[in-house]
Ligand binder design. Structure first.
Ligand SMILES: [Zn+2]
Ligand SMILES: [Zn+2]
Length: 461
């Protein structure tokens, strides 16, 4: 029997975990953390309905936390198998997991210190030791090669844009005479995006697992270069700070590249740019090491060692360096993580800058329901921090056109490479509305049979 079950990213965006079982083999595609609403985050504490000891392999599509953040927890529960992924992903995993563990440890520390917990003592979901230990199980594999795992399982990675090292996974599963191919799309990137190459087209497969983050939305046709140039001119005028909460992986590098290009083209003055995140600093170094994997044309950008390090950019690693930014007046630009304002250093910059009208907070990515980023996007003027309310007077601007995810027209374009419909397409990685819209669209426009799995649903293939 070949079984595919969904243990995350089912009727929600985060928590990607798809389990494939055949004979005695167990393989997970992605091992992500639930993020956003509290009821979702609490799921990270539940025991997974499968035995972590028995999972022999985890194949990762890319290193966003909603795809890798549960790895240390699964390690705690006994997972000791192999983690397989592209080379850039392998280089970035430990950096990301250590950061996630640090946030977990810090949250537990504050909850205990302030006594604001019903759990005594509050514990982190996982620790930095867990993150280090699980990172030792990572093994990079090349793109476009069939990697055999057992008589029952083999897979192949295909680039899919989105962020550095991101891929789709075609898994071939054999059970006696029964052989099936399952194509896990992963997070599908955009066409003609700054920095990241176009997604590679999918391969004909028996089953498809398709993301639907923007299953019912179109990205605005606005030009992010134009919008960002406009914001920079406004803070030059107001002598304010342009605060950009951004994910440390992918989005930060994309923003730095856009700002550098605008500078080189003389469309904006060269302002001090602070990238305040040790993780973003480390990841940027990896981006520079893999410059051929994306659109980093160095000659175009002044011939520096790496376009992401030239200009008036400072990468801040230590907490002391981060604190010094607080005293600095505008005009300047601060890019800091996390992107949805759920934690990380960006919170202290937000506290510092949001009460003043001269400053601008630019939201540049997907903002999940239940996050401070979503509250700001929805126009809320009061934000809660550590149990206290704070007023937002800074201007909040939604910068469209920078999403790392294909919108529904781009998803349809990507699917265009499939001449024959898969037997079933499982729609995942989307909230219920977008998932349903995507299912309806591929049924009506392409005749695909679509299923939207619920958390825990298992299908026999
Ligand atoms: Zn992603
Ligand atoms: Zn994702």
């Amino acid at each position: 029997m070949i079984a595919l079950s969904f243990h995350g990213a089912a009727q929600t965006v985060t928590g990607s975990k798809y389990l494939v079982r055949v004979a005695d083999d167990s393989l997970l595609i992605d091992c992500g953390l639930f993020q956003g609403l509290k009821e979702l985050r609490l799921r990270n504490w539940d025991s997974p309905p499968f035995d972590a000891h028995k999972v022999q392999w985890i194949v990762l599509t890319h290193c966003h936390i909603d795809h890798i953040g549960y790895l240390p927890r699964l390690y705690r529960r006994g997972f000791r198998g192999e983690i397989l992924c592209s080379e850039p992903t392998a280089r970035m995993i430990e950096i990301l997991l250590l950061d996630a563990a640090h946030i977990q440890e810090e949250d537990a520390f504050y909850l205990n210190k302030e006594g604001k917990t019903r759990h005594k003592p509050a514990l982190p979901l996982f620790t930095q030791d867990d993150a280090r230990a699980v990172s030792r199980l990572v093994k990079p594999v090349p793109f476009a090669e069939t990697i055999p795992l057992s008589p029952h399982l083999s897979f192949c990675l295909r680039p899919v844009g989105h962020i550095l090292g991101a891929c789709s996974v075609q898994l071939t599963v054999r059970d006696g005479k029964n052989a099936r191919t399952i194509y896990f799309g992963g997070d599908i990137g955009r066409y003609n995006a700054p920095l990241v190459p176009d997604p590679g087209s999918p391969l004909a497969s028996d089953y498809l697992v398709l993301e639907s983050t923007y299953g019912n939305r179109l990205h605005e046709a606005t030009d992010p270069y134009e919008t960002i140039a406009g914001l920079v001119h406004r803070i030059v005028e107001s002598k304010g700070v342009l605060l950009i909460p951004a994910f440390a992986v992918g989005r930060t590098q994309q923003l730095v590249l856009i700002l550098r290009e605008l500078e080189e083209q003389g469309r904006i003055p060269r302002l001090p740019i602070h990238v305040d995140s040790p993780m973003a600093a480390n990841v940027t170094d990896i981006y520079c090491d893999f410059e051929k994997w994306h659109r980093l044309d160095l000659s175009r950008l002044g011939g520096a060692d790496c376009a992401l390090h030239a200009g008036n950019i400072t990468y801040h690693r230590t907490r002391e360096e981060s604190m010094t930014i607080n005293k600095l007046d505008g005009p300047r630009i601060i890019i800091s993580s996390g992107g949805m304002l759920t934690g990380g250093r960006v919170l202290h910059h937000l506290m510092q800058r949001m009460a003043f009208q001269k400053n601008i907070i630019a939201l540049v990515g997907f903002q999940a329901v239940g996050t401070r980023g979503r509250d700001l996007l929805d126009g809320k003027k009061l934000l809660r921090f550590h149990g206290e309310m704070h007023t937002v007077r800074a201007d909040v601007v939604d910068v469209g056109g920078l999403s790392g995810h294909a919108d529904y027209t781009e998803l349809m374009r990507w699917l265009g490479a499939l001449e024959k419909p898969p037997q079933t397409t499982f729609i995942t990685h989307g909230e219920p509305g977008p998932a349903a819209a995507m299912a309806a669209r591929i049924q009506s426009e392409r005749g695909f049979k679509a299923v939207i799995p619920n958390l825990g649903d298992e299908f026999e293939l």
